[in-house]
Design a protein around this ligand. Structure first.
Ligand SMILES: [Zn+2]
Length: 405
């Protein structure tokens, strides 16, 4: 967050300078003519910028305040000063600084929008959600193409779980950035899925199913929409439809297949065809030698169907692929216990596990490196969508060699 806000401050400053080019050089202020270019010729201004770039906020504030004083308090420097106070955590001071700019007479439309944008960020930082929403909305009225305002509004709506508003804002953003269509579709699909989840909570199953289908239409790799659509179909009594939906997820997104395992295992049993589950696992394992989750699921199935020894071999293979997953270690101990702890197998396990570092099911956000013990669809730290990948601390090497050794 920190570097981002400072960077934003810098961008706002540069935007201010660009706008400044269009202004007249001289401006009447407090009854005297001010040479607006003097600010940018001041050594304090340059020093302030340098401190800003080096993320040294206090000296930047000091130099920029001096520069502002010398140049008759130009708007863009005060805009930046407000942003720096916010960066320091002095939100009240930031708001005061930016609000006083709004009092200035003859603000141009873009100046007005810039000040409101900064003020919106102050409110957001201070947790004044309603006022932040109001400020960013006003920015869009003044400057309808302002993408900072759009993405800030979207994030605020998401935080408030106002998924329909967030969706509308992302659509607006998407129409501004036609070159990034795929990424926008991907995010719209997650938002559509959330709208569906909200409908499920209201028991509106038909509407929910419609939303989940729309999410899949937007992005056919949107895993939660398949899971949720299957759940809704199941709730509506359509077990074969649910199975078909979950199987489609596996076909389209094999790396997310495991999310449907427990649902499918139960569903196949309910269809009086439990053997479809181990068959599915074996198919996935033969399609991808690295598939440790299918091995784990198959091992669990085999152990609970009287074939613990075979299950244990699969768990040892899974451990070789991903030695850090606590779930595999737990499965091994359960299975070893089931087999009454044969010393030779315990010794083999101890040997395999010696180098392991334990995590339940480690995932990491590729954008901000936030670590999670499970797969998340939206990062709680940077709020980006679909950025989590499975984290393997030691890269799993060519498994053919590992598995046969
Ligand atoms: Zn993140």
């Amino acid at each position: 967050m920190g570097p981002y806000t400072t960077l934003f401050g810098l961008l706002a400053l540069l935007a201010g300078l660009a706008v400044g080019k269009a202004w007249e050089r001289y401006k009447l202020q407090d009854g005297r003519w001010i040479d607006r270019r003097r600010a940018r010729e001041s050594p304090h201004y340059m020093l302030g910028l340098n401190f800003l770039v080096a993320n040294q906020i206090d000296p930047a504030i000091e130099e920029l305040s001096t520069a502002a004083e010398a140049a008759g308090h130009p708007l863009e420097i005060h805009l930046i000063l407000g942003n720096l106070y916010r960066e320091k955590g002095q939100v009240g001071r930031a708001i005061q600084e930016h609000q006083s700019l709004l009092q200035r007479p003859h603000l141009r439309k873009l100046e007005h929008a810039n000040v409101l944008l900064c003020l919106g960020l102050d409110y957001k930082r201070g947790g004044f959600v309603d006022r932040a929403l109001e400020a960013f909305s006003e920015v869009l009225r003044l400057d309808p193409d302002n993408r900072y305002a759009m993405s800030n509004l979207e994030k605020l709506y998401e935080e408030q779980h106002q998924w329909t508003d967030a969706y509308a804002m992302r659509q607006k953003l998407a129409s501004e950035e036609a070159d990034q269509k795929a990424r926008h579709q991907e995010i719209l699909a997650f938002l559509e899925n959330e709208i569906g989840v909200a409908a499920v909570k209201r028991n509106e199953h038909v509407e929910a199913a419609r939303r989940f289908r729309a999410a899949i239409d937007l992005d056919q790799k949107n895993a939660p929409a398949y899971l949720n659509l299957g759940d809704v179909m199941l709730a509506q009594g359509d077990l074969p439809g649910a199975v078909e939906t979950w199987e489609k997820l596996i076909a389209i997104s094999p790396d997310r297949a495991y999310l449907a395992y427990s649902r499918l295992e139960q569903a196949y049993a309910d269809l009086n065809d439990p053997a479809r589950f181990p068959a599915l696992c074996r198919r996935l394992i033969s399609a991808n030698a690295q598939e440790w989750r299918a091995r784990l699921a198959l091992a669990h199935y085999l152990t609970s169907h009287g074939s613990a020894a075979e299950g244990l071999e699969l768990l040892f293979e899974a451990l070789a692929i991903n030695p850090h997953a606590l779930a595999i270690h737990q499965g091994i101990w359960e299975t070893l216990t089931e087999l009454r702890l044969p010393p030779a197998l315990v010794t083999r396990y101890v040997g395999l596990a010696r180098e392991s570092i334990f995590y339940v099911d480690p995932h990491i956000c590729v954008r901000c490196r936030y670590r999670s013990t499970e797969l998340l669809w939206q990062c709680p730290h940077c709020h980006e969508w679909n950025t989590f990948v499975e984290e393997r601390i030691a890269p799993a090497k060519d498994t053919e060699a590992t598995l046969t050794s």
